[in-house]
Design a protein. Sequence first.
Length: 358
Amino acid sequence: MSKYWSDFVSQLEPYVPGEQPKISNITKLNANENPYGPSPDALAVMQQLSNDDLRLYPPMNADELKQTIADNFGLVKEQIFVGNGSDEVLAHAFNGLLKQSKPLLFPDITYSFYPVFCQLYGIEYQQMPLAEDLSINLEDYKRDNGGIIFPNPNAPSGRLLGLDVIEQLLQANRDSVVVVDEAYIDFGGESAVALINSYANLLVVHTMSKSRSLAGMRIGYAMGSVELIEGLERIKNSFNPFPLGQLQIAAAIASFKDDDYFKSTCARVISSREKLAEQLQALGFDVLPSAANFVFARYSPSDNKSQRSAQDIADKLREHGVIVRHFKQDRIDQFLRITVGTEEQNQFLLETLKNLLG
Ligand SMILES: *Cc1c(COP(=O)(O)O)cnc(C)c1O
């Protein structure tokens, strides 16, 4: 607290990301970062462009990147919005599309940035409880609302919704914007991008932080009708007209052009995820089905006496150099969210767990 702060700043409760410890030699499975690096082409182009031209402002509308993304998804570039990480894209969507006179709807257990954006922009919201199995029931969202947002797959559960139920929601909900946050869609889901040309109120948000391994470059984008994208552009051009620099734009384009690398690294993460889930189950964990690059798991040994709290397991793992994410939130405080690492990292996690719990 400071006397120099405005009343508004004093009452904010900012989002807290997974920690980024300085210690090297750590098995970092807490922030859903990709264990494989960015496309070598993206790295090369960033080096190439690290030159005197950086004195210039970047291209105003990142048109070349928008065109690349549009081509990749079968859209036109006026249907693409780009921003400094999908968090910024989401912020503009909250401010420009989801701030309405009626409350915004989102799940009670979901990406914890959503209520923070609501507080920042003064948006009323209502959280819809997940089902017992921690799945989203979109039937609950078929009611009067000022907008709807949910991640698919959801975070931190990893559970995926099919396009059929998303389309049913869109059919029932024509008068407000529906945002599908597809941060993890490349790890096994079907993208709602296919529905964009049929529903003018659908906005699909992607990030290059997870499946494209560019978290450090901060690149996100949204896809939707020209109408929705224009709304986002109005916010962006009233806030920061240059959210992406030359290096970000070039890295993003190179990443899209290197489709083989993208597909093969996603496939590796998916196959490691399935193996990790099985091995965690063998150690006595319940593991929710995941379509993301993480698993959500709860220790539930058959013999009750060896039960340990998730907080305790997370603390002990940390002492042994493995960081996973634990949320102190009702209904999920006995779960750990574990990012899928390299095969080596996953095996180290499993061995450490075996020693701790054994
Ligand atoms: C990681 C994540 C984001 C943010 O991604 P950035 O592009 O790195 O800002 C958005 N939504 C969800 C659900 C995420 O997990």
